[in-house]
Design a protein around this ligand. Structure first.
Ligand code: PLP
Length: 463
């Protein structure tokens, strides 16, 4: 079966699975939480189970199964490069478990001193903020009132540091508003001032065609990181694609350095098997290839599933995915904006620079209650709270910087509800969301009474 945008619902594993809602009724779950994670493609499940018939150890055995497995795993590096438009000799790839894993490994590899300057943004997911904050000296480009990145700030910020900024790190698309950033334009400014650019690809990878190569070399992206579980292969894969010269061939720096009372070593970040040329009694010769970042036994199902998902997304075509998402976005924005007391975040008039994500609140109903009611009334899964993007969510909701003793997203007004679409989301899913939000808004008084119960004792805010 050729996968197309019209038949893609048949290609999703578990779409018909039912869950219990109020009144003990069982209905198929509606997943509008694809920004957090996506269900697997059936073809990914089938492909993994086929490949596991011939599963063997990677890069360390001489058996036939080991050779076959190693071959698929190794050829995958080129598939990944091609998928992100980086199939030139300038780039290398290493597999990771997720964007968080990749960003931490990258930060560990690239940052050499706490005085290294990194320019990030106030739109970032914590995964592309904290790994830099904890190791380097980070300055931030802010967002405008409509939530878009204020790209105009880059030039003056980079100029101010007179060529001392080492890295500019930015998300390709926001996990809150879905805004797509013009990372190639940002790359050009970064390069003008001698900085390298790192792009968080978590929210773009399954939504828009992404190429690390720009219209001219100055626009090229230097490092790109993404997770496979956000692209219909939830088995823990992901990759870092980056400049080969900067990631490999470096001498291991034996001098650890101390920051916040912990000992940090530069390159790489994990140590173990598969990353050395030789270990002597009192010395180690680390390999000077991308394998230095892949210590230990690799996650083969994670990699194999990711490669298959790339094949299917390519078959469906990113132009079709984008057009489909735009139609859903239009329907969702229109429907939700007509409901009294619904506050939408992000531009509701011009949204062609947004992937399929809507963030909203119902005035005076706590976001967790709205999310919980959507699940209970109609089995609609959405996200609540601050989506691990606290600084951005605070700005969008006009919440003053919270007392840090009370952090972890527990400040009641700081948050919103997010519905994020997948390739398989359809108009009926959007209509169910709109109808149920309407219902919740209408029963506001009853729901409000339970507010206190919900806001105490809440777990940490995640992804
Ligand atoms: C923009 C963005 N970056 C990074 C991450 C972290 O991804 P992961 O949880 O796969 O490490 C997320 C997760 O939601 C995200 O939305």
């Amino acid at each position: 079966m050729k996968h197309t945008i019209d038949n893609i619902r048949d290609a999703i594993y578990g779409l018909e699975a039912e869950v219990e809602i109020e009144g003990k009724k069982k209905v198929p779950a509606i997943n509008l939480d694809n920004g957090a994670t996506t269900p697997p493609f059936k073809a990914v499940m089938e492909d993994i189970s086929q490949k596991l018939l011939l599963y063997g150890s990677i890069g360390r055995g001489k058996g036939q199964k080991s050779q076959i497995t190693s071959d698929i795993y190794t050829k995958g590096y080129e598939t990944v490069k091609k998928f992100v438009g980086a199939d030139t000799d300038d780039y290398t790839v290493f597999y990771v478990n997720s964007t968080t894993d990749g960003m931490n490994k990258l930060a560990s590899a690239l940052i050499k001193s706490t005085s290294d300057i990194v320019v990030s943004t106030r739109m970032e997911h914590h995964a592309n903020d904290l790994p830099w904050r904890e190791r380097a000296n980070v300055y931030y480009v802010d967002v405008k009132e409509d939530g878009r990145l204020d790209i105009g700030q880059y030039d003056s910020l980079l100029r101010k540091f007179g060529g001392k900024v080492k890295y500019v790190t930015v998300t390709a698309a926001s996990n809150v508003t879905g805004y797509v950033n013009d990372v190639h334009a940002i790359a050009e400014i970064a390069h003008k001032y001698g900085a390298k650019i790192i792009v968080d690809g978590a929210q773009i990878i399954a939504h828009r065609k992404f190429s690390m190569i720009g219209k001219n070399p100055a626009e090229n992206i230097d490092f790109f990181v993404f997770s496979a579980h956000k692209m219909y292969s939830p088995f823990g894969g992901g990759a870092v694609v980056g400049l080969k010269d900067m990631l490999t061939g470096q001498e291991y720096d034996p001098e650890p350095w101390i920051h916040n009372n912990s000992i940090i070593r530069h390159i790489p970040c994990f140590y173990g098997g598969g990353m050395v040329d030789s270990v002597l009694d009192d010395d180690v010769i680390y390999t000077k290839t991308h394998e230095v970042f892949e210590a230990g036994s690799p996650n083969y199902p994670g990699v194999a599933g990711m490669l298959k998902a790339m094949e299917i997304l390519t078959e469906v075509g990113f132009d079709n995915i984008e057009a489909h998402e735009q139609k859903l976005l239009e329907r969702a924005i229109k429907g939700l904006s007509e409901i009294p007391n619904v506050i939408l975040y992000g531009d509701s008039i011009k949204y062609d620079d947004r992937v399929g994500t809507v963030a909203f609140n119902i005035d005076s109903i706590f976001n967790t209650i709205v999310a919980d009611s959507l699940a209970k009334k109609r089995a609609i899964a959405v996200r609540d709270r601050a989506f691990c993007a606290h600084p951005y969510v605070r700005r969008l909701t006009n919440v003053i910087q919270a007392n840090t003793d009370n952090a972890c997203g527990r400040e009641a007004p700081e948050g919103m509800v997010r519905a994020s679409f997948g390739i398989y989301t359809n108009e009926a899913d959007i209509d169910a969301l709109i109808e149920t939000v309407k219902l919740i808004e209408q029963s506001k008084v009853d729901i409000d009474k339970t507010s206190l119960e919900y806001t105490s004792n809440m777990p940490n805010d995640r992804g």
